[in-house]
Design a protein around this ligand. Structure first.
Ligand SMILES: [Zn+2]
Length: 288
């Protein structure tokens, strides 16, 4: 089935061949070029919830710009903020993003992840020297040593764990009241995706899983994750939660998941929001 993966499907051609060609990039920086309106890491939005594009004349002459790519023959840039709040977006931003079209959301997601990375990587992780933006913003080079730095994407596994037709879902203390979602955790160095899924489920819920399969993925620019959606089969139903990670974990029947996804006020939990891949994984599971 076709899943609605938020932050995917960016229509801007990334035009990788232009990134390493300063002359070609310079030639694109005309009055035709577009500059994405941003307030720090947040998007400037019109009253209708559309991204605001201005011209390079609006750019801070002392600021850095990243080259997002080319759309409809026009080069697209985004400004790097002077400082970056790396925390998650505030509830007001979430509300505003809910009204943004999927294409705009995808373009914003690319910009946010990339400019946020620049704002946090002004100094070399190897020697502490100052770094400078290069390759149109898809790389930073150290000015004091030969180190080259590239925008990070951090893999996170997020998984539906199934046993005998029931699903294991959990809630973190920071979730809104009633919300349950798929368990999730960062992939650690030296792990496969399958191993990360099994480790996270065992750590967080005390449940042993096997037969891990990939379902779908989602870029998540808060600040730079790639959510890797998986499905796994549990060997048993006994739960021992890690109270540092989860407030509660429970098994839900298919009917209960259906009720939650339908927004039924009698449902035993509130489903994750549509923009989260957990919501899309639950849709996938119900449609199987
Ligand atoms: Zn260095």
């Amino acid at each position: 089935m076709k899943l609605d993966i938020a932050f995917s499907g960016c229509r801007i051609d990334r035009a990788d061949h232009l990134r390493g060609d300063p002359a070609a990039l310079g030639a694109l920086m005309t009055h035709h070029a577009r500059l994405l309106g941003m307030e720090g890491l947040d998007p400037a939005l019109t009253a209708d919830g559309e991204l605001v594009w201005t011209s390079l004349a609006e750019a801070d002459p002392d600021g850095e710009l990243v080259f997002l790519g080319v759309e409809d023959g026009r080069a697209c840039f985004a400004p790097v903020p002077v400082s970056a709040n790396v925390g998650p977006p505030n509830p007001r931003l979430w509300q505003a993003l809910a009204a943004v079209s999927s294409a705009d959301l995808a373009a914003y997601g690319v910009a946010r992840a990339l400019v946020g990375w620049h704002a946090r990587h002004r100094f070399c992780a190897q020697c502490g020297g100052a770094t400078v933006l290069t390759k149109g913003g898809w790389q930073r080079n150290c000015t004091a040593c030969p180190a080259e730095h590239f925008p990070r994407t951090d893999p996170v596994t997020i998984m539906l764990v199934e046993h005998d037709g029931n699903l294991l879902l959990g809630r973190q203390p920071r979730f809104p009241a009633g919300r349950f979602s798929a368990l999730a955790g960062f992939v650690e160095p030296g792990e496969t995706v399958e191993e990360a899924v099994a480790r996270e489920v065992l750590e967080e819920a005390g449940v042993t899983v096997h037969d891990v399969t990939y379902v779908a993925s989602q870029p998540w620019p808060f600040p730079s994750s790639l959510m890797i959606g998986c499905h796994a089969i549990a060997e048993g139903t006994a739960i021992t939660i890690d109270a540092n990670e989860l407030e509660e974990a429970r098994w839900f029947s298919r009917a209960e998941v259906e009720a939650a996804m339908a927004g039924d006020p009698e449902a035993p939990f509130i489903a994750p929001p549509v923009a989260a891949i957990a919501h899309q994984l639950l849709r996938w599971w119900l449609a199987r």
